[in-house]
Design a protein around this ligand. Structure first.
Ligand code: ATP
Ligand code: ZN
Length: 296
C-alpha cells in the first residue's frame, strides 16, 4: 500500500493564520503562540512565515484586512480585535476570546460640554475610524449626527475644529484627557478574538481544534496560581477547606513533627482573600507560583 493511502487525515496540510504585522496586537499574538509551544521563524520584515513545530503558516497583515482574508479563505483563521471584526462585518466565525488587546470604543466630548445622554450628539459632527459601529449606536439612540470618517489621530479632531465629538478606541482614557476630552459613553467592549473561515475542511478543523486546546490550556493557567504552604496539623482541616484545588489539595508530612506541606491551585481572582485567611489560620512559608499550562 502506498504511503499516501496510509496517511492520516490532513497530513501535509497547514493551517493558515493571519496576525497583525505591527501594532498593538502583534507582540501578544506572537507571545500567545509561543506560550502554546509554537515557535516562529524569522518574524521580522516578513509577509509570511512557518512555525517550526506545528503545521501552521502565519501571514502578517494590517489588522483591518484580517476579517476579509479570513472570509475569502486566504487565511483559515485570524487573531483580530472585536472592534475591527464588527466594523468590517465580514463572514467569519468567532471561536475564542484571547484575553489581550482589551479596549473600548467610546464617545468623547469636550471636557467643558454638558453631556447628559446620547441626545447631546443630535446635529453634531463626530470624528471616527468606526463609521459602521457609530452609525449603529446613533440609530439605536434615535440620534441624527454627521459622521466624519478619519483613519488616525481621531482624538485631535475637536481641538482643531474638525468635529464636535469623537468615537474612538480607549484603554486608559489618557489620550482623550490629554486632548481636552472626556469619555461619556462606551459603545463596544473589545478584545482580541480568534476567528475562523466558515468552510474549513475537516483536516483544518482538526488542526484548529489542536491549537484551540493549547490556547485554552494557556488561558486557564494564566487565571490560576499554584500555592505551596506549611500548615500545623491541628489546623489542617480549616486550611484545606480554604483551598479548592483541581480535585483536592495534596498533603505531605513535613520532617518537622506536627506540620504538613499543602499544595493546591487557586484562582488569581481569589488569591489575596485566600492568602489572608490562610495566614490567619497559621499557614507559613506560603509560595505562590505561576502555572505554565493547565490541562484538566
Ligand atoms: P494597522 O497598521 O495594523 O492597521 P492600527 O493602527 O489600525 O494598525 P493599532 O493601533 O496597532 O492598529 O491597534 C490594533 C488593535 O489593538 C485595535 O484595533 C484594538 O483592537 C486593539 N487596541 C487595544 N488597546 C487599544 C487602544 N488603547 N487604542 C487602540 N487600539 C487598541
Ligand atoms: Zn488598523
Amino acid at each position: 500500500m502506498s504511503n499516501q493511502l496510509n496517511a492520516p487525515l490532513g497530513v501535509g496540510e497547514k493551517l493558515k493564520l493571519a496576525i497583525q504585522k505591527s501594532g498593538r496586537l502583534s507582540e501578544d499574538s506572537i507571545k500567545l503562540l509561543k506560550d502554546c509551544g509554537i515557535d516562529l521563524r524569522n518574524v521580522k520584515d516578513r509577509l509570511k512565515t512557518e512555525a517550526d513545530n506545528f503545521p501552521l503558516e502565519i501571514f502578517f497583515l494590517r489588522d483591518d484586512d484580517i476579517p476579509q482574508y479570513v472570509e475569502d479563505a486566504v487565511a483559515d483563521i485570524g487573531f483580530v480585535g472585536e472592534n475591527v471584526l464588527y466594523e468590517k462585518n465580514k463572514k467569519a466565525e468567532v471561536v475564542e476570546q484571547l484575553g489581550f488587546g482589551k479596549c473600548r470604543l467610546s464617545i468623547g466630548v469636550k471636557r467643558s460640554d454638558d453631556y447628559t445622554d446620547a441626545s447631546f450628539l443630535n446635529g453634531k459632527k463626530i470624528a471616527t475610524s468606526y463609521p459602521v459601529l457609530l452609525q449603529k449606536f446613533l440609530n439605536e439612540n434615535n440620534v441624527t449626527a454627521e459622521i466624519h470618517e478619519i483613519s488616525g489621530s481621531v482624538e485631535i479632531a475637536p481641538g482643531i475644529g474638525l468635529a464636535d465629538a469623537v468615537c474612538d478606541l480607549v484603554s486608559s482614557g489618557s489620550t482623550l484627557f490629554m486632548n481636552g476630552l472626556k469619555e461619556t459613553e462606551t459603545i463596544l467592549q473589545s478584545q482580541a478574538v480568534l476567528i475562523e473561515n466558515k468552510n474549513l475542511s475537516e483536516a483544518k478543523q482538526q488542526l484548529l481544534n489542536k491549537l484551540l486546546f493549547r490556547i485554552q490550556s494557556v488561558k486557564k493557567a494564566k487565571k490560576n496560581k499554584y500555592v505551596l504552604l506549611n500548615a500545623p496539623n491541628d489546623r489542617l482541616e480549616q486550611i484545606i477547606s480554604l483551598l479548592p484545588g483541581m480535585k483536592s489539595p495534596t498533603v505531605l508530612p513535613l520532617a518537622t513533627e506536627g506540620w504538613s506541606s499543602v499544595h493546591s491551585v487557586i484562582s488569581e481572582s481569589d488569591f489575596w482573600d485566600i492568602i489572608e485567611q490562610l495566614k490567619a489560620n497559621g499557614a507559613q512559608g506560603i509560595l505562590v507560583v505561576p502555572i505554565e499550562k493547565m490541562i484538566l
